[in-house]
Ligand binder design. Sequence first.
Ligand code: ZN
Ligand code: ZN
Length: 408
Amino acid sequence: MIKGKILQDYAELIIKIGVNLQPEQGLEIACPIEKSEFAVELTKAAYKYGAKIVNVRWNCDQIDKLNYANAKTETLTDIPKWLVNSKNYLVQNNFCYVAVSADDPEAFKDIPAQKLFEISKAKSKALKKYSDCVMSNGIRWCVVSVPTSAWAKKVFPNQSDPEQCLSEQIEKAMRLNTENPLLAWEEHIRVLEKRANFLNQQRFSYIHLKNAKGTDLMVGLCDGHIWTSARELAKDGVPFMANMPTEEIFTAPHRLRVDGVLKSAMPLCVNGQIIDDFYITFKKGKIVDYCANVGHGALKGLIETDKGTSRLGEIALIGKNSPIAKSNVLFYNTLFDENASCHLAIGQGYTTTVKNGDKLTKKELLELGLNDSTEHEDFMIGTPDLSVVGIKENGEKITLFADGEWVI
Ligand code: ZN
Ligand code: ZN
């Protein structure tokens, strides 16, 4: 269990460099009810740094499951106005938002995939204005994790104390085992920013991804794309980190310029269901063929959500020697697994990954190639033999990854 001083350090890290809460600013926390002690620590840390008010929204997989199993789809897809208003309230009042992601990866495995996707689609549609704001850093937000019992059991099924094992992994990934976690993060951020700067100087038109598993994909980049890493600037000019941990350097693919095939490298968990062992084929940016040996219905639901879920919104590069990748643990939680492997995302692109993105209209962003969708779902494609080559407009090629690791 993460507890005592380490839990305090963890909470402070999230408040201070995660959302970077400023004096007299409100904070909302979404947290599994099983982990109330973590929400309490976050609240204490928030007040230590001068919070105006802290509100907590509890969640519970078991209650969600009972609702999904028993309530009618038409009821579950009727998203209440108060929920939409409460999210918009966060934006209007410049709140920070911490989401504690610790779901049971298979919480909803017995619920029909179609029903889950109708619910998720209705929710995403109702909250589109809010998610657009989050994706363009209109508020400062941070996704973090603590172990819950069902999740830990899935990750360490054969250990006598799964929660302890998962705690140790999270402590390592969060650099909480270092003498000064805050300094360790500052150093880590510096290394990532240096690489992002290098990529930004190159002005690549395409990134070519290839491995022995069968991935052979040309990913065109948005005109005016920006490679971004751990620390971003919110609209109010205050820096923050949207994910902790984070190892990625990412940017925006061009919605019309992706061609070839990708093979998944790891399972991913969407809406309490696992999708694994799949391929996706693209033509001119659009998904034209796909098949998953595990969770095909869930993949189909995701890809068919809206027009934008058949195109890409993110490409992210992570070396195979990142601390999370080296742990060799499959977390069944995208916050961790995406930081162990190069990944792509289906759906919405980040306006922050194109030049002046926050000042452009939706139409202008589409013209630059930024994808628009109600969803954004990462999935892992990085294998230990992955090669990544950047290709410039004049045809010049620069190898970025050989055998799954940075060479620049
Ligand atoms: Zn990512
Ligand atoms: Zn993503």
